[in-house]
Structure formats: structure tokens, C-alpha cells
Write a protein that binds this ligand. Structure first.
Ligand code: S6P
Length: 588
């Protein structure tokens, strides 16, 4: 049994918010050490039953539920008239909902079949590429967007993803499904046991996430709803569910939908064995990824150096791999308080290749300019040797294009790297040129895989996701944005993050909850004294103000423990470049 599984390890926190004992010293680890810790954390996703009360991915009951959901999808695939499979979530969960819905619609298109997948992301398509944390708190918005997508449908399989079993947006949708069982079959996907689902009252609602999850659990016994919630262990950086939560979401949904497609179109009935085998393939892909430990460490080092020197990191991607770059980059703002320009993603073909519901979004601001052309016009001219560029592609992409773009980058900075996947042992000529351009390349050679099979591509994607998550997190660790294994510069821009920020203050200061919340509010509002006007507002209002506040947790922590005014703390923090070191120096 791992330490985190013990009932007295951080007992008030759900698994998704616990701090992982394996990464306690990640803030002091070397790049290679960081990769090793991520590897150990990711391996926890696949751990078999360990004698605790936690359900795991490979448990019989979980596998059986996956098979049952796959059969429901199969029914819709075979008779798609007036039917829909909706994938929905907030933040990373919504981005993956989009990604997976698009990928499986694509495969239906190739088979000349009716497209049955739709996605919903809280905050709309802007949230695919930028941090929109507030809509996560809005259950009505969730319900209304579900209603809109399903207008006129007679049968809907709704898959709501909330890794922490916590997002009110998703709770609102599930509640709506429960009220309309004649049309909707709800499926909840997350990574906490039901009794750890969030129980905080949702303003204006009679339900909490937990009460909705409990209702689902009862209906699950009669197969009228489904609950998929194995534990995958605490995240390497506490609460950062974009990592294991996101990876496990991708694995579970792809396993389910692939099984449904094989049953509907290739005469392979859904079976537990097939599901298990498919999951084991993902496990091997994760192991295989971390065999490139030194290559990944080199990337962390380069990206970390750029961030430390106020340079930037650009991911230049092709095909679906590019979207994983876009996702990873967009998450750095809420996670580390990063600026959009610190780590940016670009996709070949821009919005045409992204193919999102709302179409091109470039007019919404510079962070929405995502095509390679945008990189060429806006980033390349100012690129210097402080910046790092990462090329992300596979053997299916036009390698000459990669060479051409890489050559332009190489004229500006020597810090150019590549992540690519292939099955052919013989390297294409262009690949040799790319290797010459790059400081180092992560060359994933998947021997024995069949490149045409969608499933293999999904594993390449997972592998890319892991690499990017480790690189962006590792780079921010080197920049000093992590304290022990906590994000100290976390934004308090929704109720979950506000609570997490308060808890972090409690943990690091040892002070009472009320005192910590007060300190947090002072930092959010930039006020040394709290007025009645401030204290009478609710968390939604605080979270909105927090959008414009910077370094709230460090400010609150230092002023709480030193008694200094916010202005004083602010200038003392500003004098020090590395936030983590500043805290260690300034704290009594
Ligand atoms: C987490 C990421 C967030 C979450 C979002 C939804 O690393 O930055 O955007 O994805 O808060 O969380 P959940 O638990 O509902 O999937």
C-alpha cells in the first residue's frame, strides 16, 4: 500500500487534491530527478488493487463498467438517428472532451458514417486555448449548454468529466440528465471515490457534486447511469489534474470509444478482455515514454533556462500532436500564474485543422493566434537564444515542412528540439536534416506497431502529452514556481482554486483557516484592511477580482507570517527573481 492510500494521510482531502509523498522534494530535484518522479507518479495510474478501499483502473468492476458504457455507445453508432454522445468538462477535461470527440468523429467520417460525438467545454471554445476558470462554477450554464447541444435528440449518452468530482458546471449537467431519464443516460468520469466528491453547497442549487454522484451511484445499480471513478493517486504537483487526471481521462474514453467502434464496425464484440488488453497497451506506452529520461530532462533544462531568462517556449506542432501542445501551453496560466507568451502552442493549418465548433478565434486576441503563420509573423522575428522551440510531429506529417520551419528557427536560436514518433526503423532523409538542426531530439521508435491503427496513434498522443506536461511543469519548477510539491503561484480564479489557495496558506503558515482566508482576500483585493464591502461578497465575486491580482498566495503568506504590509511584501518579492527562494528567505 502506498503512503497516500492510508486512511490517515491528509484525511480531509480527496485523492485528487492530496499531495503526493513521492514528489515532496520535487522543487529541489534535478531535471532528470523530476522526470523520475513523474514516472513513478504516472505508474500509479496502472497500479493493481492494493488491498485498500480505493478502486483502481484495472479492477473488474471498473473494466465491466467501461464495457457497459462501450455497449451503449455501440448502440448509438449502429442507429445514430436522433442520437448523440456528448463529452463535457471544464479546463483540461473540456479540452480533452473536444479532442476525443473530434478524433472519433474523424474516424466516423472516414467510414462514411453519421457523426455522433459532440463536445462541451465550460466557457466555450475560448477555453480550448486560454484559461477560463470562472464558468466552471456555473451549474446553470452547464445545463443550458447541454440542452442546446441536444436540441431535438431522442437519445443522449452524456459523459461528464470532472477529475476531482468537483465542477459545478458538470454537476448541473448531470442533475439535468437525472431529471430527464427518457432521453439522457448520464456517465460520470472522475478519479475520486464518491464519498470524496465535493460537498460544498453550490449557490442557487439544492444539490452538491457529492449528492449528484450519490444519486448516480444508486441508478448505476440498475444500469440507468454509470460511474467510472477509479483512483489514480495524487498528482505530482498537488491538485494539477491536467496531468494524471487528464491522461487517465484520455485512456478511459479512448478505450471505451475504440471498443464501441470495433463492435459496431469490425465485428469485434465488446469484451472485458479486450478492454484490459487495450489498457495494458497504454501502460506500455507510458513505460516506453519514460525510457527517454535523459532526453526529456534535456528538454526541461532548455525550457527552464528560457523561462528563467524571461525567454519563451514555443511548441510547433503538426496534426493532433499540435493540439496537445496547445492544451499544455494553455494550462500554464492557471497552474503557474504564467503569461500566455511564456509557453505557446502553434498548429499547422491553424483553425482549419483544429475544426472547433466556433471556428476561427484569432480576432479574440494574440493568445488565440495559433497557426504556424502566426508564429512566423509574430514570434519568429523577435526570437533570440533565450528562447526555446520544440517541433512536435510524427512520420505521417510532411517532414519537409518540418525541415523548412526548423531551418528558419535555427537562424534565430540554437535551442531547437524535436519530439517525434515513428514505426519505421529506417530514418527518412529529412529526419536526418531535422536531427542536424536540433540540439537534441526525442525519437520515439514504436517497433512492431501498425501506424494505420488509430489505437497506436492514441498512444503516441499520450506519450506526447506526458512529455509536454513534464517539460512545462519541470521548467516552472526550475523557474521556482513550485514550493515542495505545491503550485505557490496558483490563481484563485474559481471556487476550487480559491479553496486550494486557502488550504495551501494553512499548510505553509500553520495558521487557522479563517486567518488564512482573510490574508488571501487582502492579497486579492490589495487591501491591508478588509472592508465590509469585501467580506460581504461571495467566492464568485472574489474569484472574479482575483483574475487581475498577481502572486496572491505568496503575498498573503509572507504578510501573514511577517506582519508586513502588502506593499512592503510586494516590493520585497519583486526584488527576488525566484519566488520559491524569496519565500524561503522572507519567511521567519
Ligand atoms: C487542472 C487544470 C484545470 C482543470 C479544471 C477541471 O490542472 O488546470 O483547468 O482541468 O479545473 O477540473 P475537473 O476536476 O473538474 O476535471
Amino acid at each position: 500500500m502506498d503512503e497516500w492510500e492510508s486512511s490517515d494521510y491528509e484525511p480531509s482531502l480527496p485523492v485528487s487534491e492530496k499531495s503526493n509523498p513521492l514528489t515532496r522534494d520535487i522543487d529541489r530535484a534535478s531535471p532528470s530527478g523530476i522526470v523520475g518522479m513523474f514516472e513513478a507518479c504516472d505508474a500509479q495510474m496502472f497500479q493493481r488493487e492494493t488491498g485498500t478501499n480505493y478502486q483502481r483502473l484495472f479492477d473488474n468492476q471498473v473494466v465491466t463498467t467501461l464495457a457497459e458504457v462501450a455497449k451503449r455507445v455501440e448502440l448509438i453508432l449502429k442507429d445514430p438517428q436522433d442520437s448523440l454522445v456528448v463529452l463535457s468538462g471544464c479546463g483540461t477535461s473540456g479540452r480533452l472532451a473536444f479532442f476525443i470527440a473530434s478524433r472519433f468523429n474523424e474516424s466516423l467520417k472516414q467510414l462514411n458514417r453519421t457523426l455522433v460525438y459532440s463536445y462541451i467545454i465550460a466557457g466555450g471554445d475560448s477555453a480550448l486555448l486560454s484559461s477560463q476558470e470562472a464558468p466552471e462554477d456555473d451549474p446553470e450554464l452547464g445545463m443550458l449548454s447541454l440542452q442546446k447541444v441536444c436540441e431535438g435528440k431522442k437519445r443522449v449518452l452524456f459523459i461528464g468529466v470532472s477529475c476531482g468530482l468537483s465542477a459545478p458546471f458538470v454537476a448541473g449537467q448531470l442533475d439535468f440528465c437525472l431529471q430527464h431519464p427518457e432521453v439522457y443516460t448520464p456517465v460520470l468520469l472522475g478519479f475520486n471515490p464518491t464519498h470524496q466528491a465535493r460537498d460544498e453547497p453550490i449557490p442557487g442549487c439544492s444539490f452538491t457534486f457529492r449528492s449528484v454522484a450519490q444519486r448516480l451511484q444508486e441508478l448505476a445499480q440498475r444500469r440507468k447511469a454509470f460511474l467510472i471513478n477509479p483512483a489514480v493517486g495524487p498528482e505530482a504537483i498537488s491538485g494539477s489534474s491536467r496531468m494524471k487526471g487528464g491522461s487517465a481521462t484520455k485512456i478511459v474514453l479512448e478505450v471505451v470509444l475504440s471498443a464501441a467502434h470495433a463492435a459496431a464496425f469490425s465485428h469485434t464484440p465488446v469484451a472485458n478482455d479486450g478492454i484490459l488488453q487495450h489498457m495494458r497497451e497504454y501502460e506500455r506506452a507510458v513505460e516506453m515514454t519514460y525510457q527517454h529520461r535523459e532526453g526529456i530532462a534535456a528538454l526541461i533544462e532548455a525550457a527552464g533556462r528560457s523561462l528563467q531568462n524571461e525567454g519563451s517556449v514555443s511548441y510547433l506542432g503538426w496534426g493532433p500532436m499540435a493540439f496537445l501542445g496547445l492544451i499544455d501551453a494553455s494550462e500554464c496560466n492557471p497552474t503557474f500564474g504564467a503569461d500566455y507568451a511564456d509557453i505557446r502552442g502553434f498548429i499547422r493549418g491553424g483553425y482549419k485543422d483544429l475544426n472547433n465548433n466556433e471556428g476561427p478565434l484569432s480576432s479574440r486576441g494574440p493568445e488565440f493566434c495559433i497557426a504556424h503563420e502566426d508564429f512566423l509573423h509574430h514570434v519568429l522575428p523577435g526570437l533570440t537564444d533565450r528562447d526555446t522551440v520544440l517541433l512536435i510531429y510524427t512520420q505521417s506529417d510532411d517532414l519537409q515542412e518540418v525541415v523548412n520551419l526548423g531551418s528558419k528557427v535555427r537562424e534565430k536560436t540554437p535551442n531547437i528540439y524535436a519530439v517525434h514518433h515513428r514505426t519505421d526503423s529506417a530514418e527518412a532523409l529529412q529526419q536526418v536534416s531535422i536531427n542536424e538542426l536540433c540540439s537534441s531530439t526525442l525519437d520515439f521508435l514504436w517497433r512492431g506497431s501498425v501506424p494505420a491503427s488509430g489505437s497506436v496513434f492514441h498512444q503516441w498522443e499520450l506519450s506526447t502529452k506526458l512529455v509536454l506536461n513534464v517539460v512545462s511543469t519541470g521548467a516552472h519548477i526550475l523557474k521556482g514556481k513550485i514550493y515542495q510539491n505545491h503550485m505557490i503561484d496558483v490563481q484563485a480564479t474559481n471556487s476550487k482554486l480559491y479553496r486550494r489557495a486557502t488550504r495551501l496558506l494553512q499548510k505553509l503558515s500553520g495558521r487557522a483557516e479563517s486567518e488564512c482566508e482573510e490574508a488571501l482576500l487582502k492579497a486579492i483585493y490589495g487591501a491591508d484592511k478588509l472592508t465590509k464591502e469585501i467580506t460581504s461578497c461571495d467566492i464568485t465575486a472574489h474569484a472574479q477580482v482575483a483574475r487581475n491580482a498577481k502572486k496572491v498566495v505568496p503575498l498573503a503568506l509572507v504578510s501573514l507570517l511577517t506582519g508586513c504590509s502588502l506593499k512592503q511584501v510586494e516590493s520585497r518579492l519583486e526584488q527576488r527573481r525566484v519566488l520559491r527562494d524569496a519565500l524561503e528567505e522572507l519567511l521567519p
